[in-house]
Design a protein around this ligand. Sequence first.
Ligand code: SF4
Length: 168
Amino acid sequence: MSSMVKKSRFHGQPDLISFVKSARDRKKPNPEFKQEIQSIYAEIEARPLPRDCQMRTRCCHFRLTGKTPLLTRGEALYLAIGVRGSGRKVLKPHPEGACPLLGRDGRCTVYAHRPFGCRTHFCEAAGGMYPRKHLADLIQRLEALDEALGGDGSRPLEGAVAAVLDEK
Ligand code: SF4
């Protein structure tokens, strides 16, 4: 990967580029990855695309929808912060085959840390899935971060988070 590509994916931020190099060298998550994830999530919110999520949680019922969000390593690490912050160390399967992070009250228990897919979801009531062309640059940034963090691509939510929670 050329430095030109790195600069375009990370908007030329020197701190982040050095972080990426550092993370790649050490193959351990550096806390600074949070800045990039938060920046990507903030960028979604800033884009003028109509959304009406209101925590509807229809997209959280994986068994019913037949769809599960796929997470890159950066997303999984960030989501795990929310999971640990709620006092959990492992994920328990949802009795109805929904997301293991869906609470008994029917609400997401980690809403502030929910992954990219949950923010650009396929819920028709909330406006349907974002067209990929509006998100391609953000997906590239997630993929570049995944590579920098030693990830191996997107994985289904349960497995991606469980793997991170298993790490010391
Ligand atoms: S992380 Fe939260 S918003 Fe995403 S599928 Fe799970 S419960 Fe739903």
